[in-house]
Structures are given as C-alpha cells and as structure tokens.
Write a protein that binds this ligand. Structure first.
Ligand code: ATP
Length: 199
C-alpha cells in the first residue's frame, strides 16, 4: 500500500490547507525543532481513528485544532485526508485510490469519510485491518516504538505478529459473532421465562 498524499487543514500547526505528496521511494521530512514534523505523523494516526489525545501529544482532543498565534485567530475545525494507492486491491473497496478523511469541530463532533462518503470509524478500521496501516498496525513507528516492542509483554508483541499475518480481521469477526450469540442466548432465556410464566 503506497501513501500518495496527505492533506491537512486546521490540524495543529497546519492552519492553512497543506498538501504533502509522497512519490515512490523514501521521503524524508526535515525541518528545525518545533517546525511540525511530528505533527504530520500525528495527523496520520488521527485520521486512522486515534482516540487518545495523549498519543497525539495533547491533553484533550481539541488540542489538535489550530490554536492560533499572536497574529492569527484559532480555527474551529481540523481536517486531514490520506490518499492511498489501491491498484493492488489490498484494501477491500472497489476503488484504485482510497481517500480517508476525518474532521473534528471544537464542539467535539467528529466525522469520517471514505472517498468523500460519510462513514463510521468502524468502516475505516475495517478496511485497514490486517494491512498494517491501522493505528494498531506497525506502519507508524514513532520514537521509542522499537524499544517498546522489544520490551513489551509477549501478549502485546503477539498482536503485532497477528496483524502482520492478517488474522486480526477474523479474530474481530469471531468476537462480534460471540457477542451476538451471547445476546441471542440471553434473549432465548428471556423467552423461556415468559413462556413458563404463561404456562
Ligand atoms: P522536533 O524536531 O523538536 O521533534 P517537530 O518538527 O517534530 O519538532 P512538532 O512537535 O511536530 O515539531 O510541532 C510542534 C509545534 O506544533 C509547536 O510549535 C507547537 O506550538 C505547534 N502546535 C501543536 N499543536 C498546535 C495547535 N493546536 N495549534 C497551533 N500550533 C500547534
């Protein structure tokens, strides 16, 4: 899966619409301390559904919206779009290019889109499951991540291998089915109770 471009608007230090294109090969982003390099990888995590403000180096989700400067007013909305190449059909959608977008307002309302159609966070998580791209994947290796992987509990490390092996999707579906089964069993018990009351 090749990341073609990222578009940011109102996200952290990127007040104006900023588009970063990634060509084939390796792209390096360089700049002085505090110029916003890490904000770009935060944006990637965020659009993929990151819910923890702490992981995004803030204290609350609102901190990701451009907070203003001495000569510029704060903005009310942040939006990030990631465009990925899907020529190889690794993502289970009928498009050769997939753009996922997340938008958040100061009120806290969040919206997600896949190719400009409104969707749920669950849909975004699902298309990236087992591709290594999701927030639980290994496509974003932040500072200290390698140390964390090496020293992690074996169970946590196993999750990483499961994602690479492509079985997370099946485990998630199994959990969903088990939940439905449990609900059905509870409903059946309730029906049995009603029947025995009527008898
Ligand atoms: P380093 O090389 O030191 O790791 P960096 O280039 O990775 O730095 P970042 O940490 O990405 O820099 O960017 C930090 C900058 O982003 C700071 O100047 C900070 O003021 C700015 N910033 C963070 N959140 C917001 C926000 N909500 N509104 C405006 N600016 C913000």
């Amino acid at each position: 899966l090749h990341l073609r471009k990222i578009e940011l608007r109102g996200f952290k230090s990127f007040a104006d619409k900023t588009e970063i294109k990634f060509k084939d090969g390796i792209t390096a982003i360089v700049g002085p301390n505090g110029s916003g390099k890490s904000n770009i990888s935060d944006a990637v995590r965020w659009v993929l559904g990151e819910q923890s403000a702490k992981t995004l180096r803030g204290s609350k989700m609102e901190d990701i919206i451009f907070a203003g400067t001495t000569n510029r007013k704060p903005l009310g909305m942040a939006e990030v779009s990631l465009t990925l190449d899907n020529e190889s059909n690794k993502l289970d959608v009928d498009y050769s290019e997939v753009t996922v977008t997340r938008r958040v307002y100061r009120s806290g309302d969040s919206e997600y889109y896949i190719n400009k159609s409104l969707c749920r966070l669950k849909d975004i998580k699902e298309i990236f499951m087992d591709t290594g791209v999701g927030i639980d994947g290994y496509s974003i290796i932040g500072q200290g991540k390698i140390d964390e992987i090496l020293s992690n509990k074996t169970g946590d490390r196993r999750l990483l291998f499961e994602e690479a092996a492509g079985i997370v999707k099946y485990r998630t579906r199994k959990q969903e089915s088990e939940r439905k089964l449990e609900n059905t069993e509870q409903n059946l018990t309730r029906v049995d109770d009603i029947i025995s009351e009527l008898e």
